[in-house]
Design a protein around this ligand. Structure first.
Ligand SMILES: [Zn+2]
Length: 488
């Protein structure tokens, strides 16, 4: 007891600080007391700390330490044992994050394996799934693929869109596994599972298992399990993939770009030279040219929390109440690794990340789901549980793909042709967000809304602007609203 009390007091003093000698030891510390795990605690886990606490899962930490720090931990009552000693820090990091084999556990998939399996589904189920190339990676020009799943994937559908993407941050590889699992479930359970069949019949689903393909390869090939950014050779010396080079792909979008990330190339949050400087971000922009999304999820690790748009220096998003409600519906279905609770929700900042851009520019309610807790690369035994928990969260998102909300359909009053029209709800949509438009091919715009009455202003160049007041959105499914615009 006394020993633990002491550990508690020391833990409150602060995390392990700067060492005077190199940290050549990898320690496993079991039964880390809660006080030492807290923010500023002695063994607190921090996503950006690559110098001391490399992981902290289920009260067991892997820690880089000097011999003096090892002695101090033991003296202070921590259950610390030495796992490995090496002057080569990468070996210690690999042991901590990959596990005893020092290479990627076989439960995880390399990108070529994901693509091969998904392509096989495209071959065997062409009516259900199609592959769409979005672009090529910045450094190695590898293809970045989206997969489209719908009731007839051979052509674009006049259906509300939903998007699942992962691995903007390549070391957060759980997301690729979740999206890959979902992709297989959607295709293989269609026609067998009524719930899955209904999801696919009612929406057009895009899945991007890996956005940052080059970085994912650095992690999955066993080169560096820490790799977060893309592989851009930032300093132009002809050598790529040397930590901490690269650009943070989740800081490269053009919504409040300069407010987000860092302009320092060595930063883990380096945002690049300009918005959309990175091909991975341009690939996602291309996807948004193909399809509008009502709702979407971007999978990350870690923290067991869902971030939603947004907290813009104290100001909530125009759709804050509804977005928060949907985030809560998903979070309440996703069990934590401990199993006693569910994911938390929190507004995220309004800058440069995918969710701010997707919501602010495109009207898509996008959610970052931080899967798992205490590391970005989970031990094999944890993987199935985290995937299963997150597939439960997906159900809440698909429930919202049925409505409630408005399904606005805008056509030319004379010809009946669909129009790309601006659909503005002026009581909700302030100048914080761009105006939303119908999709060109079909003239539709689906918008999640709470049941109630709304005013709309529908406009299109060359046509008379139309105002619809007190349009009633019913509870339940989409409320259709057909708008025919008269040429000026
Ligand atoms: Zn992330």
């Amino acid at each position: 007891m006394k020993k633990w009390l002491m550990a508690g007091i020391l833990a409150a003093v602060g995390a392990m600080g700067a060492a005077t000698e190199p940290r050549t030891l990898l320690l496993e510390v079991r039964d880390v007391p809660a006080v030492a795990q807290q923010e500023k605690g002695r063994l607190a886990y921090n996503d950006y700390n690559r110098d001391t606490v490399l992981s902290l899962v289920r009260n067991t930490a892997f820690v880089l330490a000097t011999p003096a720090e090892f002695a101090a931990l033991k003296r202070d009552g921590f259950h610390a044992t030495q796992v490995m000693e090496s002057a080569d820090r990468m070996q210690l990091i690999k042991r901590a994050l990959y596990g005893p084999t020092l290479t990627l556990p076989a439960i995880y998939h390399r990108y070529d394996q994901i693509v091969a399996a998904a392509d096989e589904l495209v071959r065997t189920h062409p009516e259900r799934i199609a592959r769409v190339q979005l672009g090529e990676t910045t450094q190695y020009h590898r293809p970045i693929y989206a997969y489209r799943v719908s009731r007839d994937a051979r052509q674009p559908q006049d259906q509300p869109g939903v998007l699942f993407d992962a691995c903007h941050h390549s070391d957060e590889i759980m997301g690729a596994e979740i999206v890959f699992s979902l992709l297989q479930k959607l295709v293989l359970d269609y026609g067998r599972d009524p719930e899955v069949t209904a999801w696919v019949n009612r929406s057009e689903i895009y899945l991007v298992p890996v956005v940052n393909v080059d970085g994912h390869d650095i992690v999955t090939s066993g080169r560096d399990p820490r790799w977060r950014k893309n592989a851009r050779d930032v300093n132009g010396d002809g050598v790529a993939g040397i930590f901490p080079e690269g650009v943070d792909v989740n800081r490269g979008y053009d919504f409040n770009w300069a407010m987000g990330g860092s302009d320092q190339p060595d930063s883990e949050r380096y945002r690049g030279e300009h918005p959309f400087s990175e091909a991975e971000n341009r690939a996602m922009r291309h996807l948004l040219e193909l399809k509008h999304f009502v709702l979407s999820v971007s999978y990350h690790s870690q923290g067991e929390v869902i971030y939603y748009p947004w907290d813009w220096r104290g100001l909530p998003a125009p759709d804050d109440a509804l977005i928060k409600e949907i985030a809560g519906e998903m979070a309440s279905r996703i069990s934590t690794m401990e199993g006693h609770g569910t994911y938390a929700v929190s507004p995220g900042g309004a800058s440069s990340q995918s969710y701010a851009w997707l919501y602010g520019r495109h009207g898509d309610f996008d959610f970052i789901i931080e899967t798992g807790k205490g590391t970005h690369l989970f031990a094999p035994g944890e993987v199935p549980g985290i995937i299963a928990a997150n597939l439960e969260g997906v159900k809440a998102l698909f429930a919202r793909m049925r409505g409630p909300g408005l399904a606005v359909h805008v056509t030319d009053a004379r010809t009946g042709q669909p129009l790309v029209a601006e659909v503005w709800l002026p009581r909700i949509e302030s100048n914080m967000v761009d105006r939303r438009t119908t999709e060109g091919a079909f003239g539709h715009y689906w918008r999640s809304l709470a049941p109630g009455k709304y005013d709309l202003i529908i406009s299109c160049a060359g046509y008379q602007t139309t105002v619809r007041r007190d349009v009633t959105v019913a509870a339940g499914e989409w409320t259709p609203l057909d708008v025919m615009l008269r040429p000026e």
